[in-house]
Design a protein around this ligand. Sequence first.
Ligand code: ADP
Ligand code: TRP
Length: 322
Amino acid sequence: MRVLSGIQPTGRFHWGNYFGAIQQYIDLQHEHTGYYFIANLHALTTIREPELLRQLTRDAALDLLALGLDPDKATLFVQSDVPEVSQLTWILMTCTPLGLLERCHAFKEKKARGLTADAGLFTYPVLMAADILAYDANWVPVGQDQVQHIEVCRDLATSFNHHFAEVFVLPEARLLSNAAKVPGTDGEKMSKSYDNTIGIFEDPKQVRKKIMRMPTDSRAMEEPKDPDTDHLYQLFQLFGSPSEVQEMAELYRRGGFGYGQIKKSLADAAERYFSEAHARRNELANRPDTVDDILRAGAKRAREQASTVLERVEQACGITAN
Ligand code: ADP
Ligand code: TRP
């Protein structure tokens, strides 16, 4: 199968991004043909500081590589390095009913909050459809919030195929992971919008501090507790080995422990879990040319694919002579 996904460089990646998305990209690269990109054009709908966007795009590439995305297995690239996608976006836009975009959540929510939306946010799902269709992707691993966009993509592809010719492969959303909701430092869903994140590459000392400050329930130490409803345990589950997790669950059920001890175990486990990636990232950061080469090679492969699709599309709708 051909698997494709994009991730926006709108902040440094956090534990939720890793367990909710990035880990799956890395797992899927072994069995499938993978296309993964850093969605800087989409990020432009929220980031309007050029240096910041450049830096976050670069950080995203380093992070993904350090975490194990293998450029020999999957194609890693930056969205804007494939101009064919923007060309395809325009063509798709000419076949996109306004009503379809008006129903999309991101736009609807912004409007409902009385904020002014620009055409970029409104047509965001068309760019996303072009991202997917340009690579003949079969599977698109995304979080629940993106499923509607995949539906829009399928609608556009189906109606284009119907009106002109069968040029597009219909993609399917693959819902990402059972870690669908990694809790943040306040116990709510970890998200950069809630300021409750722990960064994958944050300084371990800082991470430890954040964990130590996390709120816990105020029941007496002796009382047995249900591990499954506790956010510290939910986080520990992501990092601990099966036997460590089982031991931790037993400790909760027995009671008689202090949360300080749990927090320390969580901080230790998380530090161990990401230590190799930290080392790899430091090493890669000293070799900026290597990262440039990887992104350049990825963009080249991606462009080759996207240009064959664009050619099919242009033929079908009469943009090029046949
Ligand atoms: P944020 O919520 O911080 O803005 P994004 O929306 O950019 O994060 O998410 C990028 C990817 O990470 C998406 O696929 C999303 O489903 C996943 N993700 C983000 N936060 C979490 C979380 N707390 N738990 C699980 N997955 C998450
Ligand atoms: N909109 C996606 C998000 O915010 C990112 C994205 C852009 C994407 N283009 C894509 C995801 C194409 C999958 C396929 O998470």
